[in-house]
Design a protein around this ligand. Structure first.
Ligand code: PNW
Length: 462
């Protein structure tokens, strides 16, 4: 038989977590069932012009009713872990009342179903569905929202903490703060760069308080946060372009990572954003809460960024506060349906930088994947070779980072199922499993069958 080297097979550790990820609002549907109240995404979707074709998550992939079938499909693929998110307004209607037993019961059933299938549950507490009532009181620009989040985290930990193997407090606070409050293309659709920075701090405070609540409820809880971490590259080597890259790196990566890991905001980012934010909302003691030790860091990686200094102030609205001096460019290379350039070297770069900066920090890739315009062939198969190539090349990049020392424990494909891709609606399909939204029929794409073989063999053929 050929050796691993001859066939070009990259071996992963036997205890490596092979996962897939989803988020509540993107797959569950059942938005008015069992006591759930509206979230900011229900509100946002109802506003004309916010989401492509006025689509909403009201039904989505109907996972709330089909979770048993979906877990059976996960088992067929052979997943060792599944990352889902808990819907705050399902578990704590309005975000302020007591816990809703019927809402918690859904996640209780899901977790048991996963364990019965031999799949480790990884739970995200906030994947963007803030209870609307809390938004009406200021949302993430209000400090109180962070305190409410800690109560909610405690309720979830009380019910699921004996079985959840990994917690993610927040998913991609960059998106919530800068797409939701700064640029306004995500819920709640506010357009104030200063609000984006207020939201950043209150999200981080919520993370720190929730970490405390999780550990108080379950001393052995494994606590992480899923951050967008990207490679930000300068267009040229000029000092001006390099400074533009420093600025965007600060607002994408370091503004979230540094307070958590070191207990301080990056001084350059505070100076850069002074025109839109005086930072007086940061109170004594907050940073100590935010810097509670992490058990692992989750990295969500899709594509690199390419930036330069702009010759004149850029007028096009940007998610990045106070960055009118920065121009964004398309990284050369093939792109996915999202328009995002396929560049696995960025993932290796991100993992190696994290390893170099925080050598002891265990890492998970909590999201990585691609949207493609999958066709269903006459024989019912979805031949998504482009997705297989994307996943294979990113797994190979992750493997390189591991060989260079990064302590990567697992990898979650975004996403298990085709789902509601936020403001872009159902047109962008990220799933390993195709969903026919007319019939709710599921079909394993070729990528799912390929992933099954990767998991079975514990290696990726390149
Ligand atoms: C992430 N950007 O969102 C989310 O965690 C998922 O819910 C989502 O479906 C997935 O990636 C694909 O979009 C992002 O503008 C949204 O750079 C926007 C950006 C990045 C990630």
């Amino acid at each position: 038989a050929p050796t691993a080297a001859q066939t070009g097979e990259l071996r992963f550790p036997p205890d490596f977590w092979w996962g897939a990820a989803t988020a509540a609002y993107q797959i569950e549907g059942a938005v008015a069932e069992d006591g759930r109240t509206p979230s900011i995404w229900d509100t946002f979707c109802a506003e004309p012009g916010r989401v492509v074709d006025g689509q909403t998550g009201a039904v989505a992939a109907d996972h709330y009713h089909r979770y048993r079938d979906d877990v059976a499909l996960m088992r067929e693929i052979g997943l060792s872990a599944y990352r889902f998110s808990v819907s705050w307004p399902r578990v704590q209607p309005g975000g302020r009342s007591g816990a809703n037993p019927a809402g918690l019961a859904f996640y209780d059933r899901l977790v048991d179903e996963l364990l019965g299938a031999g799949i480790k549950p990884a739970a995200t507490l906030y994947h963007w569905d803030l209870p609307q009532e809390l938004e009406d009181r200021g949302g993430w620009t209000a400090r109180d929202t962070a305190l409410r989040f800690a109560d909610y985290a405690a309720a979830v930990a009380d019910r699921l903490g004996d079985r959840v193997k990994l917690w993610c407090t927040l998913n991609e606070p960059w998106c919530t703060a800068f797409l939701g409050y700064g640029l306004g293309v995500h819920a709640p659709g506010r357009t104030s760069p200063g609000d984006g920075l207020l939201a950043t701090h209150h999200l981080l405070l919520a993370h720190g308080l929730a970490a405390q609540a999780l550990r108080a409820a379950v001393p052995s809880a494994q606590v992480s946060i899923a951050l967008n971490q990207g490679a930000v590259r300068p267009l040229t080597d000029s000092p001006a372009d390099r400074d533009a890259a420093r600025r965007i790196d600060g607002l994408l990566n370091r503004i979230f990572l540094d307070p958590i890991m070191t207990g301080a905001y990056p001084a350059d980012v505070m100076a850069d954003t002074a025109p839109v934010c005086d930072w007086s909302h940061v109170r004594d003691g907050d940073l100590a809460v935010i810097a509670a030790p992490l058990d692992a860091l989750g990295v969500n990686y899709y594509a690199p960024d390419l930036v330069s200094a702009a010759p004149s102030p850029v007028e096009e609205p940007s998610p990045y506060p106070a960055s009118q001096g920065v121009a964004f460019h398309q990284t050369p290379g093939p792109r996915t349906e999202m328009g995002w350039t396929v560049d696995p070297t960025g993932l290796r770069e991100v993992l190696l930088r994290l390893h170099a900066t925080y050598p002891e920090l265990p890492l998970y890739v909590t999201e990585n994947g691609a949207a493609y315009d999958d066709a269903v062939d006459a024989d019912g198969r979805v031949r998504d070779g482009d997705r297989i190539a994307y996943l294979r090349d990113h797994m190979a990049a992750a493997h390189e980072a591991m060989r260079a020392g990064a302590d990567l424990r697992g990898y979650f494909v975004w996403s298990l199922l085709d789902n509601f891709e936020w403001a872009l609606g159902y047109g962008k399909r990220f799933g390993l499993i195709r969903v026919d939204y007319d019939t709710q029929r599921r079909t394993l794409k070729d990528s799912a069958l390929w992933y099954r073989d990767v998991i079975r063999s514990g290696g990726v053929a390149v």
